[in-house]
Ligand binder design. Sequence first.
Ligand code: GAR
Length: 207
Amino acid sequence: MSGVHVAVLASHNGSNLRALHRTSLSPDSPFTISLVISNNSGSGALAFARDAGIPALHLSGSTHPEPELLDAAIRSALTAHETDLVVTAGYMKKLGPRTRAEYTSRIVNVHPALLPRHGGKGMYGNAVHEAVLASGDTVSGPTVHLVTEDYDAGPVLAQARVPVVPGDTAESLAERVLVAEHDLLPAVVRRLAASMSHTPTPHRRPW
Ligand code: GAR
């Protein structure tokens, strides 16, 4: 497997995983998806990964009831697959401290609003879009940022702007933002992977 190894963590549908996978298949892609982890054994993300022949693991509070052991299992799966970069794409759980420490500045998350607006604990899925609509904001859009200890608080790498239109529901806004995520996230991962692959190993951390 060539290029920068990207592990994707996803909880549900996995449309961002599919967008990343499409990008990874282009002949000049600087990255490959080397592992998919989901906390949800029935997720679309795991089903897609298995169909696509990507190593896929279900690791959750049901496989590892102790949070410390779950954190250790995720960290060791990432290590075993020689992960360079971790992407949380619709992953509805917080990564544990050992995994965050091992991959400091190498964990990227996509959030479906323009951080620092509408982020933080409990802000995921439709709750985010409902908050955007309730605020009266006329623009929303995805943010790709580095993961730090606090929810949705790490440095922003990129954002895309999407209009909020009269009559929008959380579902219609979510759909429009998701389309923008499918461009933004692969573009950022591609850029990061390209800069990592030009940095000599083993310390390929350009940022
Ligand atoms: C995406 O909109 C992503 O931004 C959001 O969940 C959706 C997952 O879609 N993530 C969060 O709300 C986390 N704060 P997908 O499973 O189809 O990629």
